[in-house]
Write a new protein. Structure first.
Length: 719
């Protein structure tokens, strides 16, 4: 989402990459990962041609042969063994690549498989379930209007490092400093004193996994009539300043949340009851205020409940669809409007996984069940797998179990730039050309942007004739699979979409969108090509009236699925009250500005410097376990063990240790020479595939119970 200026030399190489000062959204901001595009483009480890595993070696083959082989094997296994026999896993980079994103939809249609997986269930799917429950569409996200708010409360998120997650906001440090300069306040609630907390007016530690208790207490306080006279303007907290007439189930919600008084949840959360009441009052009384929760609120046992309660708190405080609050973007290619037409508006429980019976949510199964679907014998067993820009061996719980299961597949094909920890198990790898050789329009991230803009990024270089992009690879493969399966009508439709082409399809999407008329004659691909810095479509505007898709446009504050989850939360609160002894150590992750999950670790500029894959340990816990700064520490959970160097710091609260996600580049057979020299360890050796947020199937990656012990120097080698 950042506008870039890429300078090239006379030889056709990248000379330098800088931020585009004239970009309508990023205004010259550039994070370190953008510089790595040069290293990625030139990386000798990046695959340039299809490779096929032959015995113990990899051999290059031609594109026609590779695509024909992939289509034949996938179609034959699908027809022989049914809908669950071929799995599809889309990694996080898919969402950042127009061709891969649209191509994945075509592959889903061609395979007609229920075994669909993605990085969403180790990331943001709880927010999509909450969107579906509240607004009737999984892609209708309420994002903070950060540039106009006067109070921003950040829970379980680090936007200074992520530059907005489900909140596209390049240059978040600058935006948050501007918030404070105009007299606003920034409050951060997190078990770690993050880079965002360093900029905040207040930071409060919270016990990992207790976010839902805090949010329930905030909502209960906002529902309490006693709040009215306590704070100026708080009447809108009782009625909901925006769309009050839409709210239903308010009294039922009041009864549900009655047990969660701030005083009752204080011990379990680690946050003083007075602080909670002050937060609720501030959110209600501040004219322009917003509560924002992200990865920490999603990847925990109550991920969907927490995500739903974030929106409920904003609703009760009157901060939804209002300037400076939680607002709804209107992207130029409107994925919210397109989703129902494509059958993607949302749903849950329409099918279940074969082994565990885990329910589908928003069209996919939990990534945590992928290994067992492959390894468990029986009818319907997964026999083939497609991965697109994904590395689930490092990204999903107990990834070592998935690594052990993948070799049992009859066929695996990966669309990927690299031979990595996952794709090393494939039979065939289809590498797309460099990102600098493909055009880009961000379909996904414009839908969660803090300002309505549109930009087409033209390719910097012309791709070699034998180097197709993600769209070409996936659309050709989808046509081939449909043909091989004998689905003539589907094959004809897919062939028509392929002939239309990605840019023409985008043009149709722009013309059919909310700005297709009236923006200098209408927004189109031609208009975007003439505006390389992007087109500014203005700040977010109240628009829920025209976008909500629930029956009658109502907002149900007590849907049945959340009623069940509140009952489960009451059990947790009761258990905490019955056994108030000090809890054990728990593990959380963390983000770093120079990394993005498991990818880009092969770029030298991003991994140079001090080791970042270290375990943060509070001084009190370090003393209790005899751990010195820099010493090796063995970390053990129910599912695994690893050894990592310790960094003793009060950055994390007592009782919490932190290890970053996405490392562990020491697998034999991977071809990542730079990453291997900075291998680190995979935190997902410790996460538990059986621990899920029930409504969404999202993995519990935060608040994982662990034990730690110092490792003598002579034994400090990870198993």
């Amino acid at each position: 989402m950042c506008g870039l200026v890429v300078d090239t030399d006379d030889a056709g190489n990248v000379a330098r990459i800088t931020g585009d000062d004239d970009d309508v959204l990023s205004h010259g901001f550039l994070c370190p990962k953008a510089y790595a595009l040069k290293e990625l483009h030139e990386d000798p480890d990046r695959l340039r041609r299809p490779i096929r595993r032959h015995g113990g070696a990899w051999v290059e083959i031609g594109w026609d042969e590779a695509l024909a082989l992939a289509a034949e094997r996938l179609a034959d296994i699908r027809e022989r063994d049914g809908r669950g026999a071929v799995g599809y896993y889309a990694g996080n980079p898919t969402a950042h690549n127009t061709g891969a994103l649209v191509g994945t939809l075509l592959m889903h249609a061609a395979l007609d498989t229920e075994a669909r997986f993605s990085a969403s269930t180790v990331d943001q799917l709880p927010k999509q379930v909450a969107n579906w429950l509240l607004w009737g569409n999984q892609y209708l996200f309420a994002v903070p209007d950060v540039d106009r708010t006067d109070l921003m409360v950040v829970l379980g998120a680090n936007p200074v490092v992520s530059n907005g997650s489900i909140m596209s906001a390049p240059g978040m440090p600058r935006r948050l400093r501007a918030l404070r300069r105009r007299g606003g306040r920034l409050i951060v609630i997190d078990p770690r004193r993050t880079e965002t907390a360093a900029l905040a007016d207040e930071h409060h530690f919270i016990r990992p996994g207790s976010d839902a208790l805090l949010l329930a207490a905030l909502a209960r306080t906002l529902l309490d009539d006693a709040l009215g006279p306590a704070a100026p303007g708080a009447a809108r907290a009782a009625t909901g300043r925006a769309h009050a007439s839409r709210l239903v189930g308010k009294e039922r919600l009041r009864a549900l949340l009655e047990p969660f008084a701030p005083e009752r949840v204080a011990a379990a959360t680690g946050i003083d009851a007075g602080v909670m009441r002050g937060l609720a009052a501030a959110l209600a009384a501040t004219e322009r205020a917003v509560l924002y929760g992200r990865i920490g609120t999603c990847t925990q046992p109550f991920g969907t409940l927490s995500s739903w309660l974030v929106d409920v708190v904003n609703l009760l405080a009157g901060n939804v669809d209002a300037e400076g609050g939680a607002m709804f973007p209107q992207p130029a290619v409107d994925v919210v409007r397109l989703a129902p037409r494509l059958g993607l508006a949302g749903g849950r429980g329409r099918w279940r996984s074969r082994v565990r019976g885990a329910p589908e949510a928003m069209g996919e199964l939990p990534a945590s069940v992928l290994a067992e679907e492959i390894a468990t014998p029986g009818a319907g067993r997964m026999r083939a797998l497609v991965t697109t820009a994904g590395n689930p061996v490092l990204s999903t719980p107990a990834g070592h179990r998935l690594a052990a299961a993948l070799p049992s597949l009859e066929f695996m094909v990966s669309v990927d730039l690299y031979l990595n920890e996952t794709t090393r198990h494939a039979h065939l790898i289809l590498p797309p050309c460099s990102p600098l050789e493909q055009g880009h329009y961000d379909l996904a991230l414009h839908a969660v942007a803090v300002r309505n803009t549109a930009r087409w990024s033209a390719p910097v270089f012309t791709a070699p004739a034998d180097a197709p992009g993600d769209w070409e690879i996936l659309s050709r493969l989808a046509v081939g699979v449909a043909q091989r399966r004998g689905r003539r009508g589907l094959a004809l439709a897919l062939r028509g979409l392929r002939a239309l082409g990605l840019e023409r399809a985008l043009d149709l999407g722009l013309r059919a969108g909310p700005y297709g008329r009236g923006v200098r004659g209408g927004l189109s691909m031609r208009r975007l090509r003439e505006a390389p810095h992007g087109v500014d479509l203005g700040p977010l505007q109240p628009c829920l009236d025209g976008r909500i898709a629930t029956p009658g446009g109502r907002i149900d504050l007590a849907p049945a699925l959340m009623v069940d989850e509140v009952a489960r939360l009451r059990g947790v609160l009761a258990a905490a009250a019955a056994a108030p002894s000090a809890p054990g150590l728990v593990l959380v992750g963390r983000r770093h500005l120079r990394t993005n999950n498991s990818w880009l670790h092969n770029a030298p500029s991003l991994v140079k410097g001090p080791d970042r894959c270290v375990l943060l340990v509070n001084p009190r816990d370090a003393a209790a376990h005899g751990i010195a700064d820099g010493a090796a520490v063995r970390v053990t959970s129910r599912t695994g063990t690893l050894v990592a160097p310790a960094q003793v710091t009060d950055e994390v609260m007592p009782g919490v240790v932190s290890l970053p996600h996405g490392w562990g580049h020491d697998a034999p057979g991977a071809r990542l020479s730079v990453a291997a020299r900075h291998a680190g360890v995979s935190a997902n050796l410790l996460t538990d595939p059986e621990a899920l947020d029930p409504p969404s199937g999202t993995a519990v990656l935060s608040g994982v119970p662990v034990q730690i012990e110092a490792v003598p120097a002579e034994r400090a080698v990870a198993p």
